[in-house]
Design a protein around this ligand. Structure first.
Ligand code: NAD
Length: 220
């Protein structure tokens, strides 16, 4: 299985926020944007932004910066967001429902075309325009849809058994929101998501700030 360079991971994670900022400037009618401006907006170092953007293959013009339109295209192409990706979501609970309602995904080419749950009260209902299907029919339906990517938002206790069905149905990419380290064959890629890691970073940054304000003394 092809692996991305581990050193590229933080850059890839920053690209969506660059895209968001760049789009805002595009709406305001700008034609160029500098790495310095993006850095200011996102509280980053300009050198970091330029390095990150370089992985998309785009080169900025001295004094002018990057042409907005070309920059958006380069980032979207690099991320694979320039072509639509149908996905299924398993587990239409609190998190699953929130993800289904997240309008921004449409700008990432991500289309949740079906959702599955095992709760009879949810099956047949429509959530954010998507019909909830019976999880017992998941394998056959996914195979019929030909979908290759799944979002996993079931309770952790059901994560592995659900994954086994997904893999059997031909899923090759799983965006895993459960806290389970899934066992999958080599050809299947799992991206595990943890909202707590963002919160951890917030807490540590706040602690560091408090230490700075206290002239080196942590007064907590
Ligand atoms: P929830 O209980 O609200 O929703 C779970 C849904 O899954 C329910 O609708 C339930 O009927 C359905 N379900 C249960 N077993 C199923 C099965 N075998 N097949 C299909 N559907 C099934 O839970 P939640 O708060 O939405 O959390 C969902 C998952 O996401 C949990 O594993 C939780 O730990 C995780 N989570 C992760 C993060 C994160 O940062 N990664 C944040 C919140 C929640």
């Amino acid at each position: 299985m092809a692996k991305i360079k581990i050193s590229a991971v933080p850059s890839i994670r920053r690209l969506p926020s660059y895209l968001h900022t760049i789009r805002q400037y595009q709406h305001e009618g700008s034609e160029f944007i500098s790495g310095t401006l993006i850095a200011q907006e996102l509280n980053l170092e300009p050198i970091q932004v330029r390095k990150d953007l370089a992985i998309t293959g785009i080169i900025g013009k001295p004094k002018k910066g990057y042409p907005l339109e070309a920059l958006i295209i380069a980032i979207e192409r690099f991320l694979g967001w320039d072509s639509p990706q149908d996905v299924v979501l398993i587990g239409v609970g609190n998190l699953g429902t929130a993800l289904m309602g997240y309008q921004e995904f449409q700008f990432h080419g991500l289309n949740i075309m079906a959702a599955f749950d095992k709760n009879p009260e949810k099956i047949g209902t429509t959530v954010h325009g998507v019909t909830v299907l019976d999880a017992n029919t998941m394998g056959i339906q996914i195979r019929n849809f030909g979908v290759k990517v799944a979002i996993l938002t079931v309770p952790s206790t059901f994560a592995q058994e659900t994954t086994d069905v997904l893999v059997e149905a031909g899923i090759v990419g799983i965006w895993n929101f459960t806290n389970v380290k899934l066992k999958v064959p080599d050809q299947v890629i799992v991206q595990k998501e943890n909202l707590s890691s963002g919160y951890a970073l917030l807490c540590v940054t706040m602690q560091a700030n408090r230490m700075d304000e206290g002239n080196g003394k942590n007064f907590r």
